[in-house]
Each structure stands twice: as C-alpha cells, then as structure tokens.
Design a protein around this ligand. Structure first.
Ligand SMILES: Nc1ncnc2c1ncn2[C@@H]1O[C@H](COP(=O)(O)OP(=O)(O)OP(=O)(O)O)[C@@H](O)[C@H]1O
Ligand SMILES: [Mg+2]
Length: 701
C-alpha cells in the first residue's frame, strides 16, 4: 500500500490557516481590513491579554445579511472578486476569501452583523472550526467580530506566542498602520480597558500622523506631494534632523494598503542620501497611488508585499517627490540668506526617467540626472555619494555669517568651542553642503555647541531655519530631544575600559607600538615580529558589547544621572518594546520614564555620552519592535540581538577622525582582550601580518 495520505479537510484547513494567522496581530490585521473594505468610517479594536484571550473589532460599515454569515466563514468565499480577471486590478484590501475561514479554524468566533436596510441583525457563532450556529440578534448597523481562545486547538502555535505585552505591542503597530493608511476612518484601539490610540477620522493625514507619532515628530515633518507618470505621491517625510537608526519609521501605503517595499525604501533613502548620515534612515508616511492594474498584491501570504509591473516609475516618483520636498524645505530662509530672497530654481526632470533608477548600494545619485542651476547648496546636496563620502571628514567648512551669530554665551557655561573638526562633522550631517553666506569664521559657533554632549542648542537651529521658521526648527529639535537640543555627530567619548582594567596603570608592560591609522578606519599596531591591522569600529563595537554583557551579569550599576532628563521620541509600539525589556535595559545603566510617544532618559550608562545613549535606546527600540514578529527567537536572544545593534551605535565610526588618545585607549583595551577576533556582527576585528611574510614579499628571504 502506498504511504501518501490525502489530509482531512479539517487538517488541511488548519495548515492553510497557519499561512494567514500566526498571532493576534495578524487576526486584527485581517478583521480591520475587512472593516475598511466594508466602507466603515468608524472602527474600534479592543483586545485583552495581548489578544490571546479576547479580540473584538467593530465597524459601522455595510454589514452582512444573515444568509451571508455562514458563507463568509467558508474558505474561498469572498464578495470582492468574481473571476480570475479581477485579480489583475484589485481595489480592495481583501480578495482571497481566506481570512475569516482561517480565523474560525483556530479560535472561537462570534460575528454580529446588520445591514442598513434590514431591521434586525444576526449572530453567527463558530467554535474551533466546527459547524456554526446562526440566530437573530438586535444590532446596530455594521459588523462586530469577536475572537476568543486563539489557538486553543493548535497547541504548537500557542506555545510560540510571546508575552501578552509583546502581542499587544504588535497589535498596536497593526492598528497604527491602519490608522495612517485611512485618515478618513476614526480608529479607536483599546487594550486591557485602556484607550491606547484614537484618531479623529477627519480625513486629514497630518492629524492621523500626530495621533500615531506624537505632536513633536509630526510638527517637524515635511509635506510631500507630487505626481509622475500617473503615480501620485502624497503624505509626509521626516525632517533630516528626525532621522532614525532603523527603517521602522518608513511607512508606505500603496493604494491604501500598508506594505513593505524595497523600491520605495531604496528611493527615499537615495533621495535623503546627501542630507543624513549613512547609518541613519529617514521616516515617512507616504501614500503611493497607482493604477491597480500596475501592481500585483497577490504575491505574499499576509499581503505585506506587492509586485509592480514596472518598478522604475515607482522609484522615480518616490525619489523625485522626496527630493523636491527636501529642496523646497531647504529654500526656507537660512543663515546668511535674507528672508524673502529668492533661491535659485531647481528643475527635477530627469533627462531620462530610467536614469533615475539607481539600485540601493550603487553609487547613489550618479544615475540621477538633475538639471540644476546655480545653488551651491543644492549642488552639494546632489553630489554623487561616492564623491561626498570621499570628502575629508574634517575639511574646513566654507561658511557662516558672523553677524548672524548671537554673541552671548549659551546657558549653562559648560559649552566649549566647536572646533573645525566638529563643525566639519556638523556640515557633513547637514548634507555635506556649506551654509550660504560664506566666510571663514566657523569658530563662531563656539558658544553654542558642546562637544561633550554633541548637541547644538536650539538657538543655532533657529538661526539655521531663519526667523520665520524658528518654530519649525525648534520643533525639529524637540522631536529629537525634549531638552531642546539636537544631536550632532561629534567624536564619541574615549572608549571606556572596565572599571577593574582601568585601575591598571595605563602604560605598564606595553610591548606594542601604535604605528598610526589609515583611511581613518584601520589602526596599525606593531607587536614583536607581527603587524596587527585593527578595524577600529569593529574593535570598539566588540568591546562595548562585551562590556555591556558583563554589566548585565553583574549586580553593580554603572550609571550617570542626567540633571535634565533627555526625551527620545518613539512610536507607541517602540515604547512598549522598551517597557517589555525594561529590566535588561536598566541593568546596562539606563533609567527611563515612558509616555505614549517618548521615553525620558533620567540616567545613562557610565562611559557614554548623551548622544550615544540616545543612539542605543533608538537601536533597542528598533530591534526589539522589529523582532516582535519573530516567533522563533526567545526573549533573551532577541535582547542579545538588540544589544549587538546598540553596541554598534555606541562605537567609534570608521571614516571619522578621533583624537589620538581615543585610539590609544581603544588599542590598549583591545590588547587586554586578545581573544576578541570578531565583532558582534561576525566581522573580523583585526588580522595579523608577520614580518617574515613581508620579508618574503620583498624577496628578503
Ligand atoms: N466587517 C465586515 N463587513 C462586511 N462584510 C464583511 C466583513 N468581514 C467580512 N465580510 C464579508 O465576508 C467575506 C469574507 O471575508 P474574508 O476576510 O474571509 O475574505 P476577503 O476579505 O474577501 O479576502 P481575504 O481573505 O483576502 O481577506 C468578505 O468578502 C466580505 O464580503
Ligand atoms: Mg478579508
């Protein structure tokens, strides 16, 4: 007898359900999408215990007739398409007729629904995929779906669910995306009896963005609106000062559907490439409206990805819309530029649309043909990335208008002069461009910048944005840091050795010599008959990672209290992620308070400066939120992964110049840790070259 069985209908259904529903947030996604498709203008999502015990989604949409209810929960039952041809132009979020069937297969479901033209509604109850029961029920117009005991009949799936808080966080992120994609719908999200999100549904995207991201972030955002080859781009992009350590803030909506799009990400990152540091990512809430015939949504089980029939026009549309918005934003009066004075015009037409299609990681803007007139500012911003990257890190800036700089010393008296190097870094941060107005007095920033903390005070931001837009400048500052400062990448504090190793007199027993540094990236050390070439970033990253791991294991806390708490702006779901890992993060030396859209750092780990601490928190937020969907990794492994990223953020950067003593300290510390050969990301930290090998190459032996 053959060994192949045809599975029963029930088992086949369970397997199919696994594709659609893997955790509470995927149930919520499907139910909310149904509610959106029903034409509702009010949707309420309520969950208990992260949704594992209870989920309810109510809408005031078209409702279902009693006859339709038992049909709706069958597989391949849909009112949204009729034939294969309809798949070529899908205009609704649902189309497979799978979602309700999948949800019913793995939980207990009650659907209460009433259409507008009937007097009485109906309730359909179905338990764990068995046959359902239909009965009449008074109800208001629309549909309510209640899902309980998720995965009670699929223990294998149940055991992969995370803590309630993590699941709730994932649900929150799902509702946030829905709210951003449909500002004309009023969303309410309630978790364990507390309202976590409420949008007005007034159709204004900005108000939905404010509800999700908070006022500070929203106020700094730049509107974007453009149309190219029939592709309409609208929404908001972040100001260059609001960049993030990860892609969590890149939100793309294609025809009202939240999706992950590599093309969109590539285009926006390319457009920002001359405005933000390479390791940072922009944020956006961007709607891409395109003919449904030009996009295939039937390519991903959770409908989270789409395929464009032609990616280039999409890339171009996003790229040029963002570029235009950024440049127009730049045209606001700046330092040395009189308010009302006209900036040179910039034409965005590429010579050939296809020239603008540049894959990520290629030499950036080279393929983009910009027809630019005489703005030095814009021209610099559009320089090929390769050229920009090759610029000396501390090349002297051209410009700052002396008379524009107020001459009073700033606030707390701890400010030290901003030297040429720091100002060069600052300009790089601003996009490699010089500020218009040109004169060599760059040290005029001296009273305004603290190299210790790496922050420029808002006064300077106000000057840069010009009087009229002062508030916007402050908003940008506020969005990064409530203490009204804006981070500027300055060299980090000297790498910190462990307390015990620091007690060792620095230079005793040293049997190596630091020869120097090449390419601002690699340190060359001579030791005996060996030459060591050290990747300074990888080395520091490894040291930081080891140090933080040790801190987590020890009961001692190495913490510095901040006189003024430093706020880090985050999404609601990111705050929830940090809350879930609070114990681990606090062991590192952080202390923080949480609110809806930010955390307030009240203490940071000893040995870090404030901007590094903020970078670490952002890295934690990004990785911990991003890993929420990973059912395979355990709590501890997820945190370890986040710690890799966070260690990276607190490490010296390749390509940047740091004072000699930083480098010496880094090497000294590294030489005390001879077993460290790889950074946490698995890249080598150092490699050796023997003198004999060199002798051999030069034919001395
Ligand atoms: N909230 C709702 N309001 C009105 N009708 C609904 C609602 N939810 C489901 N329906 C009806 O039930 C049908 C089946 O829903 P289901 O989510 O299973 O499939 P779908 O939305 O058509 O496709 P997909 O599987 O891609 O979501 C829908 O086509 C729709 O007619
Ligand atoms: Mg559906």
């Amino acid at each position: 007898m053959g060994k192949i069985n045809v599975l029963s209908f029930a088992v086949a259904n369970l397997i199919a359900a696994g594709e659609v529903v893997d955790r509470p947030s995927s149930v919520i996604k499907e139910l909310v999408e149904n509610s959106i498709d029903s034409g509702a203008d009010r949707i309420t999502v309520e969950i208990m215990r992260g949704g594992i015990s209870f989920m309810r989604v109510s809408d005031n949409g078209c409702g279902m007739s009693p006859d339709d209810l038992p049909v709706a929960v069958k597989r391949h039952a849909t009112s949204k398409i009729h034939s294969a041809a309809d798949l070529n132009g899908i205009r609704t979020l649902g189309f497979r007729g799978e979602a309700l069937a999948a949800i019913c297969a793995v939980s207990d479901v009650r659907i209460i629904s009433k259409t507008r033209d009937s007097d009485l509604g109906a309730i359909y109850e179905i338990h764990g995929g068995a046959n359902g029961e239909l009965s009449e029920r008074g109800a208001s117009d629309g549909t309510t779906v209640i899902v309980e005991n998720l995965f009670a009949n699929v223990p294998a799936r149940l055991k992969f669910l995370k803590k309630d808080a993590t699941e709730a966080m994932s649900v929150a992120a799902t509702v946030e995306k829905a709210a951003l994609s449909h500002p004309e719908i009023a969303f309410t999200y309630i978790s364990d009896g507390t309202v976590k999100l409420e949008t007005s549904g007034n159709g204004d995207l900005r108000s939905a963005v404010r509800a999700v991201f908070g006022k500070a972030y929203c106020d700094g955002m730049i509107p974007v609106s453009d149309e190219r080859e029939g592709i309409k781009i609208s929404g908001f992009i972040c100001a260059p000062m609001q960049v993030r350590a990860n892609r969590n803030y890149e939100n793309f909506f294609i025809n009202g559907r939240y999706i992950k799009t590599k093309t969109g990400s590539a285009a926006i990152e390319q457009a920002y490439s001359s405005y933000i540091p390479p390791e940072k990512f922009p944020g956006c809430v961007m709607r891409i409206d395109i003919s449904p015939e030009a996009v295939d949504v039937n390519v991903h089980p959770a409908k989270l990805e789409v395929k464009f029939s032609n990616e280039r026009p999409v890339f171009d549309a996003v790229y040029y819309a963002v570029r235009r918005a950024l440049t127009e934003n730049d045209r606001r009066p700046e330092l040395g530029f009189q308010a009302g004075q006209k900036m040179p015009s910039v034409s965005f037409a590429p010579q050939h649309a296809s020239d603008a299609f540049v894959p990520v990681g290629s030499s950036a803007d080279r393929g983009v043909q910009m027809n630019i007139t005489s703005s030095a500012h814009v021209a610099a911003a559009n320089k090929p990335a390769v050229e920009r990257g090759a610029a000396a890190p501390f090349e002297q800036p051209a410009a700052v208008v002396k008379s524009e700089i107020p001459d009073k010393p700033y606030l707390n008296g701890t400010r030290a002069p901003m030297n040429a190097a720091e100002y060069g870094e600052y300009l790089k941060y601003r996009g490699g461009e010089s500020v218009i107005g040109i004169d060599d007095e760059y040290t005029e920033f001296e009273n305004y910048v603290s190299p210790g903390t790496g922050y420029i005070e808002p006064e300077i931001i106000r000057i840069m944005y010009g009087g009229e837009d002062a508030q916007k400048g402050s908003a940008a500052a506020a969005s990064l840091n409530v203490s009204q400062t804006v981070p500027v990448p300055v060299p980090p504090a000297a790498p910190e050795a462990d307390k015990d190793s620091r007690d060792v007199p620095a230079k005793t027993g040293i049997d190596y010599r630091i020869v120097g540094e090449i390419f601002n990236s690699y340190i060359i050390v001579e030791k005996g008959d060996t030459c060591l070439i050290i990747d300074k970033h990888a080395a520091h990253e490894r040291q930081n990672f080891e140090r933080f791991k040790r801190r987590m294991q020890s009961s001692e806390r190495a913490t510095v209290l901040l006189a003024v708490p430093c706020d880090v702006m985050l999404m609601n779901s990111e705050v929830a992620a940090l809350e879930e890992y609070r114990a681990e993060i606090e062991k590192l030396g952080f202390e923080f308070t949480s609110s809806r859209n930010s955390v307030g750092l009240t203490a940071i780990p000893d040995g870090l400066d404030q901007s590094e601490a903020v970078g670490m928190i952002e890295a934690f937020a990004g990785v911990l939120t991003g890993s929420a969907g990973n059912v395979e990794l355990t709590h501890d492994l997820i945190f370890e992964k986040a710690l890799y990223q966070a260690s990276c953020k607190a490490s010296v950067k390749a390509g940047r110049v740091y004072p000699e003593e930083y480098i010496t300290r880094l090497v000294d510390d590294l030489m005390k840790m001879p077993d460290i050969t790889y950074c946490p990301h698995g890249r080598p930290v150092a490699f050796e070259m023997k003198k004999s090998a060199l002798d051999h190459r030069f034919k001395r032996t």
